[in-house]
Design a protein around this ligand. Structure first.
Ligand SMILES: [Zn+2]
Length: 423
């Protein structure tokens, strides 16, 4: 009965997203409610009928976005909740226009071009500008870096990263691999990955500590591992999460690439429903992005060893350790990981007092199946395989104002330095 009702009500609404004058999905008048954990399951069941959106569910709360026409129905559910954003559309407007990037690198044969200016981090940018920024960063560090590709997205985009190395030469040291923006709407993660890459390049020539990092490890930094989804958040729907994969006979679009990794793939920590935000795919590892990313990760691990893997997300301010698939399974070195995470959390807090909690994924945030850090830990054999949930704790959520890009990057960099100094 419930299923039938959902079909009847949701089908017409699903195709009726309001578009603004530029053809983008309008979130004007949408409110974000933080639902108490004991009501999370009940609200999740009703969400489709309400045309609401699943934003973030943790052990402490469930944040949902409710369109204006469903606010009354939501309130009739009579669940304990707190209003945390009055109008998402207004917040998206405040996030600002994408700022154009003016590449200062004029010629391809410049021996060592200038490092891109820090002003890059004052605004959000288009996907093409991110590619240009990364390429300019590489050109400013020509003997110690290259642009690489980790496979191809569903729509045919190159999954692009920058590889940085030190005095031992390319590919000679254990690897540190960062993935950003697997969830398309988590824009701060793109910027923070680039900020860390930029700090490594800037610091190599004038900071002996930073030089030592690059002389000890090869860094593979991929700021946008879900380029199709990321482009879609910029052209059409700011709050899109998954990739843009279509499947024959299924109308819903998108796979959650971070529920698609072929390890502990099925279970309650992901969804079998293609319309769900955590849709795991038809079979394990069947997202093209996942194929490219795991092939790259495994190749690097096999040839150099994988010291550290981090999958960067937002929001909630958390440092997540293995495992996601089980709340009782423990990584062999979990005690060491917890000690390191405590140090990282205090280093992150030092500049601005931003508090990050830390702990195993399943007990700290929620159960996840087919997640990247479980795969990296147990299949790729990473020594440490973590996920970060960056700023904030919900006030702005995925739509973090551009003034917070540099502080987010700086505190994350402080955390990463602490980790590199201590493991
Ligand atoms: Zn995420």
């Amino acid at each position: 009965m419930k299923f039938l009702r959902t079909l009847l009500l949701a089908a017409p609404l699903a195709g009726a997203a309001r578009l603004d004058r530029r053809g983008k999905v309008s979130y004007d008048g949408y409110k974000i409610f933080r639902v108490a954990p004991e009501f999370a399951d009940a609200v999740e069941t009703e969400l489709e009928d309400l045309s609401g959106m699943h934003l973030m569910r943790t052990a402490q709360h469930f944040d949902v976005a409710i369109p204006p026409e469903s606010i009354e129905s939501f309130q009739l559910l009579n669940v304990s909740s707190e209003l945390i954003s009055d109008d998402i559309g207004a917040e998206i407007a405040l996030e600002g226009e994408l700022a154009p990037y003016e590449s200062l690198v004029q010629a391809l044969d410049v021996a060592a071009a200038a490092v891109p200016d820090a002003s890059w981090f004052r605004a959000y940018h288009s996907y093409n500008d991110h590619l240009t920024f990364l390429s300019d960063l590489q050109k400013s560090f020509p003997s110690n870096s290259e642009i690489f590709r980790a496979g191809t997205s569903f729509q045919g985009r190159a999954i692009t990263g920058i590889h940085l190395w030190g005095s031992g030469g390319k590919g000679s040291k254990p690897a540190i691999t960062f993935h950003g923006t697997v969830h398309a709407r988590e824009w701060i993660t793109t910027m923070v990955n680039e900020y860390i890459a930029w700090q490594l390049v800037v610091g190599y020539g004038n900071d002996t500590t930073v030089k030592a990092y690059l002389d000890s490890y090869d860094f593979y930094i991929l700021p946008v591992v879900n380029p199709d989804g990321f482009v879609y958040t910029q052209t059409t729907n700011r709050l899109w999460r998954k990739n843009r994969q279509t499947r024959s006979g299924i109308s819903a679009v998108g796979t959650d690439v971070n529920r698609n990794w072929p390890y502990q793939w099925s279970g309650p920590g992901s969804s079998t429903s293609p319309s769900s935000e955590t849709y795991r795919g038809q079979s394990s590892g069947d997202a093209p992005e996942n194929l490219g990313l795991r092939t790259h990760l495994d190749n690097v691990a096999r040839s150099q060893g994988l010291k550290l893997y981090i999958d960067w997300h937002s929001y909630s301010q958390l440092i997540l350790l293995p495992y996601g698939y089980s709340c009782s399974a423990r990584a062999e070195n979990i005690n060491q990981q917890m000690t390191l995470a405590r140090g990282v959390a205090s280093a992150i807090a030092r500049p601005y007092g931003t508090r990050f909690e830390y702990g195993p994924t399943c007990s700290t945030i929620y159960q996840t199946n087919g997640g990247s850090n479980d795969y990296a830990q147990d299949v790729s054999g990473a020594e440490f395989a973590w996920a970060f949930e960056l700023r904030d704790t919900g006030r702005n959520g995925f739509v973090l104002p551009p003034e917070q890009i540099i502080p987010s990057g700086f505190e994350a960099w402080e955390g990463i330095k602490n980790l590199l100094n201590n493991f």
